[in-house]
Design a protein around this ligand. Structure first.
Ligand SMILES: C=C(O[C@@H]1C=C(C(=O)O)C=C[C@H]1O)C(=O)O
Ligand SMILES: [Mg+2]
Length: 428
C-alpha cells in the first residue's frame, strides 16, 4: 500500500472512532505527521491531484513552510463572523484561510484538510464539526487522490483583449492627474487587465511551481473556490504579519526596472532611491498605513527607505512595525489596512471612488488580500502580480500608483514591465 493509501486509511480510522453524537466540543481536529515516500513530493503536486474545492495553496514570503487547505467545514462571507468564530474557540487555535477581494468582499474557510510541509515533514490536520454528517466526510476522504507530478509550463499565449490601449491608459492617467491637481486625492492606483488565450491548457499548479522558481522572495498563492476560476500569483507585497500584538507591515511602492544586467539594475536602484516622484509615491503609502494603524496601536516604528529587487522590477520599501492594543484583532487590522494606498490611494475614500467609477473592470481578487488567520497569529499578502485562469482564458492584472509628477507614458511602461514579469510564467 502506498503512503497516500495509508494516510487515507489512518484518517478514515480517526473518522470511524469519532463520536458524532457527542456535542461537548463542536470542533474536533485529528493530526497526522508523516514523511512521503518520495523526497521530491510536494504539497503543490498533491493539490494538483485533488478534485475537491475550495482549494488554497500558500507559502508566505520568508517562510519555508508550504501549506494547502482543501475542502470546507465552515465558510464565512463576513469578516466579523469569521473573527467571532475564531474567538469562540480560543483553546483550539483554529486557522481560517481566505481574504478580502479588492472591493472588500470577505471569503474565509475553515478547511476540512490542512497540510503543512516543512522540509520532509508533512503534517495533516483533519477538522470535523458537530454539524458534519459522517457519510459526507467519508465521501470527502474517499475522494482524496495521490499527487500528480508538476510539469514545466509550455504554451503560446495570444493577447485577446486589454482593458486599456496605450492611449486610453494615458488618458485615464491624465484624468487622475487632473483630480490630484484639483486636490481630490493625492494618489490613486490605476490598473490594467489583459486577457490571453493559450494554445494548450495551462495547469494552474504548474504555473505556481514555475512562479516559485522564477520569482524569488515572494508570497505564492493559489485560490480556487471552484474549478472554473483559479486565481494565483507571486506577490512581493505583505499586507501584514501579526504575532499576537506585534504587527509588521510595509509600504511597497515606487518602481524601477530590474533585469539580468547587474549594471543597469544597480543604476536603476540608485535612481529609484533618489527619485522625487517615486519617493513621494512611497511616502503616501507610509502615511496611509501609519494613519490607519495609529487608531489601534500603542506605538509604531518606521524603518528607513530601502529598495527591494525582484526579477523584472524593483521597488521602494519601508518596513513598519506596530504594537497593537490587546483588543485589535484581525478583523480590526484587515478592515482598516486593506486596501492600502499601495493598491488603492490616498485619501482612500476619494481614490476608491475614482477607481469604482472610472476603472473599466472590477478587480475582485486582484489587489485583494489572501492569507491565513488564527487568534494568535496571521499573515496576509497583497494579491498583486496575479493571474486568473478561467478555462482557456488567462487574465493578468497590473497596476501603477499615480501621484503628482507621474508621466502617463512612464506609467504605461511601468505596467507593461510588470506584465512582462508575469508573462515569464508562460514560456513558449
Ligand atoms: C498595483 C501593483 O503594484 C503596486 C504599485 C507599485 C507602483 O506603482 O510603483 C509598486 C508596488 C505595488 O504597490 C501591481 O503590481 O499590480
Ligand atoms: Mg509606480
Amino acid at each position: 500500500m502506498d503512503c497516500w493509501q495509508q494516510i487515507k486509511q489512518q484518517l478514515r480510522q480517526r473518522l470511524n472512532a469519532h463520536d458524532f453524537s457527542a456535542q461537548n466540543s463542536a470542533i474536533s481536529q485529528y493530526q497526522l505527521e508523516f514523511t512521503p515516500d518520495s523526497a521530491s513530493d510536494d504539497v503543490l503536486a498533491w493539490l494538483k491531484g485533488q478534485c475537491c474545492y475550495p482549494q488554497f495553496f500558500w507559502q508566505a514570503r520568508e517562510s519555508a513552510t508550504q501549506c494547502v487547505a482543501l475542502g470546507q467545514v465552515n465558510y464565512f462571507t463576513e469578516l466579523a463572523a469569521a473573527q467571532a468564530f475564531l474567538t469562540a474557540y480560543p483553546m483550539q487555535q483554529l486557522q481560517l484561510v481566505g481574504g478580502l477581494t479588492f472591493e472588500g468582499e470577505a471569503h474565509f474557510y475553515l478547511p476540512r484538510l490542512w497540510l503543512e510541509q516543512r522540509a520532509q515533514t508533512w503534517r495533516i490536520t483533519l477538522t470535523l464539526s458537530a454539524d458534519d454528517q459522517q457519510s459526507a466526510v467519508e465521501a470527502f476522504l474517499q475522494g482524496l487522490s495521490p499527487p500528480l507530478p508538476l510539469k514545466q509550463v509550455q504554451t503560446t499565449l495570444r493577447l485577446e483583449t486589454q482593458n486599456y490601449s496605450e492611449n486610453e491608459w494615458q488618458a485615464l492617467v491624465g484624468e487622475a492627474l487632473a483630480q490630484i491637481e484639483q486636490g481630490h486625492f493625492t494618489k490613486v492606483v490605476l490598473a490594467q487587465k489583459k486577457t490571453y488565450r493559450s494554445d494548450t491548457a495551462v495547469n494552474p499548479y504548474d504555473l505556481v511551481a514555475q512562479a516559485r522558481v522564477q520569482h524569488a522572495d515572494c508570497y505564492y498563492f493559489l485560490w480556487a473556490q471552484t474549478p472554473e476560476q483559479v486565481f494565483l500569483g507571486a506577490s512581493p507585497e505583505r499586507l501584514y504579519q501579526r504575532d499576537r500584538q506585534r504587527l509588521i507591515t510595509e509600504a511597497l511602492a515606487g518602481t524601477a526596472v530590474s533585469s539580468d544586467d547587474p549594471q543597469q539594475t544597480e543604476q536603476q536602484q540608485q535612481w529609484l532611491l533618489q527619485d522625487r516622484k517615486n519617493i513621494h509615491e512611497n511616502r503616501l503609502v507610509v502615511e496611509d498605513i501609519c494613519a490607519k494603524l495609529a487608531n489601534f496601536s500603542q506605538h509604531l516604528d518606521i524603518e528607513s527607505l530601502t529598495s527591494r529587487k525582484l526579477s523584472y522590477v524593483q521597488h521602494l520599501v519601508r518596513k513598519i512595525a506596530a504594537k497593537l492594543y490587546p483588543d485589535a484583532d484581525d478583523s480590526t487590522c484587515l478592515s482598516a489596512i486593506h486596501p492600502s494606498a499601495a493598491v488603492g490611494g490616498l485619501p482612500d475614500r476619494a481614490a476608491l471612488n475614482f477607481i469604482a467609477t472610472r476603472q473599466n473592470f472590477r478587480r475582485e481578487w486582484y489587489a485583494g488580500t489572501l492569507g491565513v488567520m488564527s487568534l494568535a497569529n496571521s499573515e496576509f499578502c497583497v494579491a498583486i502580480r496575479s493571474t486568473l485562469l478561467n478555462q482557456d482564458k488567462i487574465m493578468i492584472f497590473t497596476g501603477a500608483g499615480i501621484v503628482a509628477g507621474s508621466v502617463p507614458l512612464l506609467e504605461w511602461q511601468e505596467i507593461e514591465r510588470k506584465a512582462a514579469g508575469i508573462l515569464l510564467l508562460f514560456p513558449a
